[in-house]
Each structure stands twice: as structure tokens, then as C-alpha cells.
Design a protein around this ligand. Sequence first.
Ligand code: PGA
Length: 257
Amino acid sequence: MTNRRYIIGGNWKMFKTPAEAASAAKALKVKLINVENVDVVVCPPAVDIVPVVEMLKESTVRVSGQNMHWEDDGAFTGEISAGMLKDAGCDYVVLGHSERRHVFGETNTEVNKKVLKALARGLKPIFCVGEKLEEREAGKTESVVGAQVREGLAGVSVESADDLVIAYEPVWAIGTGVTATPEHAEDVHRYIRELLADVFSPGLASRLRIQYGGSVKPSNAESLLSRENIDGALVGGASLDPDSFTEIVKAAENLST
Ligand code: PGA
């Protein structure tokens, strides 16, 4: 990390009722009150967004959706739109998370439609990419991640791309307790930055933040975040506990000062 601000996200996945989410948000508001030089984002389930936003008023912690549909509205039972997330108080939305891709079958083309709509509606996409174990073992990490980046970001203008956050989350490291080594993560992050330079421009690529995700915890946060091309973390399991999430944010803060 050079002079970029770290961005630490907490992906709560399908955990926490509205009451539990509000209580976690309240704890984070207090614990992170003095954190100024790190961007912190929590990603609660959709029904928790309104109470979490309410609780985080007057806090620097921002709120993100976990997914959205690419249409503005319509007969899409079970879906939510970018406009709804924005109006509920979200600044960000996670798009293309591996659980969406591999459990719910989202394609690069669908993720791309979502990225374009999010940007058009003023939401910052946390755009996730990452290879599966068999792809990694077959030496296909770069081709899989390359296609996800190129197809997922097709048609994004250089002007709007400043709002993007990229999350590299190797599927084999998510929720497994197996973390990518800082070396592996750094290699893929560097590759993604080169791709972004090609897709957009070298200047923009150097500004865009690339988070690492996959079993990030307080004990490994510093070794990952201290790598040159790792600009933040997207944290699942360890974000559910406000104490361990705070420790990860503090690791980023310590590296920033
Ligand atoms: P994990 O999840 O930290 O539990 O591995 C990360 C993610 O899916 O964003």
C-alpha cells in the first residue's frame, strides 16, 4: 500500500436478525469512533440495512448491500434494486460475490449488468472476483480472474470507474480457514492491477483499491495488508464479531500511520 486509503469491508452474509445487526452496528460505532484514515463498510442482509444505517448515523462507517438486480424495478420477486439500496442509505453494493456466482449461478454477463446499473445509480460496486480450487490447481487463476475482470467491467467508462472497489477472493479460501499466502494474494492483486491498467488507464489502475478476501482474521490481517497491492480486506466470518472486525480495522489503521 502506498498512499491509498485502506478499505475494510465486513460481509455479514446471511447472518444477524435486524435486532442483532443493529446491536453489532452500535458496538462498531463506539469501537471505531476514532478511526479516521481507513474506510470501513459493513454489508448486512437486506432487511437489516435500514436499522444499521439508522444506528450508524454520525459514524464514518458506511453501509453496503450484498447484491442487487440490474433492472430499476419490475416483476422480479425476491430482488432489490440499486435505487432501493441507495434510498435505504447504502453507499456501496457487493457484486459478483463467489457465493452469488457459484451457489446461485450468476454469470459474468449478469454481474456486468449489475456493475453498470450500480454505477449509474450512484452506488459504489465492491466487485468480487476469484478462482475455484480446481481452476487454481489447473493453473487457470489468471485466465479465470482475467475473464471475470474484463467481462464484469465491460462498458464501464473511465470517468465512472473511480467509484469501483475490486475484491479478490479465491473461492478455496472463503469460509475455509485457509488463507491465501500473502505472496499468492499479492501476485494476483498485481495481475489484476495490470489488467485494470489495460482496461482503463495506468493512472486509474494505480488509484483503484483491491481488497483481499478469504479467511481474513486479526492474526493474518497485517501480513496481508502490508503487501504493496493489497489495499484492504473483505471479511466474512471474522466480521460478525465487532471485536475481531475492529482488530482488523486497527491493523489497517496502524499500517496507515
Ligand atoms: P470469510 O469470507 O472471511 O469468512 O472467508 C469472506 C467473504 O466471503 O467475503
